[in-house]
Design a protein around this ligand. Structure first.
Ligand SMILES: C[S@@+](CC[C@H](N)C(=O)[O-])C[C@H]1O[C@@H](n2cnc3c(N)ncnc32)[C@H](O)[C@@H]1O
Length: 164
């Protein structure tokens, strides 16, 4: 499946970019981020990144996407599946957003984003994932380093905790 299929429906894309940014804003009113960077996997045109920049002007905020359609200054254009072999993007992440399309369609890319987040997320940091309720992968809820925080129909958030 072509991973860019998501962009073919402009109405859906616009609805989603506003929905996730609004969810993020409300979430961040309630939960305080530890120190660290903000990373979004699957940034599209950077709408959510812009919201985050307004909320956290002093944090390092990086988006990854295979197409940086509007040449957004915070978005790095790369195929997320190559991230695991690149050390230059290792960092301390306070808030990781995995908005690669759903597991059912983009499993390898979604997994690559999850792996990068799990390697770099600090204790107390948050991991937000877009998903379809029906195809939620069990291994994430079984991860002993992740504590469930909240969910809506299409978004789930976990917090990183240390195992001991
Ligand atoms: C749901 S959209 C992201 C929407 C965005 N977070 C927002 O708030 O506007 C998913 C994005 O994932 C990107 N994507 C899908 N597979 C990818 C891959 N293998 N590497 C990098 N980006 C990928 C697509 O290009 C698309 O822009």
């Amino acid at each position: 499946m072509n991973p860019s299929f998501w962009k073919d429906n402009v109405n859906k894309a616009t609805y989603w970019e506003n929905f996730i940014a609004e969810f993020g804003k409300e979430f961040l009113k309630e939960y305080r981020l530890p120190e660290g960077d903000i990373v979004e996997y699957g940034s599209y045109k950077g709408n959510f990144i812009n919201t985050l920049k307004n909320l956290y002007p002093l944090r390092k905020i990086t988006g990854f996407d295979q197409d940086n359609l509007d040449n957004h200054e915070n978005i790095i254009e790369l195929d997320i599946r190559n991230l695991s072999s690149m050390r230059e993007y290792d960092c301390s992440i306070a808030f990781a957003i995995n908005d690669i399309p759903i597991w059912e369609h983009s499993g390898l890319s979604k997994m690559a984003a999850y792996n990068h987040a799990m390697t770099n997320l600090v204790d107390g940091g948050y991991y937000l994932e877009s998903r379809k309720e029906i195809d939620k992968p069990e291994f994430i809820s079984a991860n002993k380093n992740l504590k469930f925080i909240k969910s809506t129909k299409n978004i789930v958030v976990f917090q990183r905790i240390s195992e001991t």
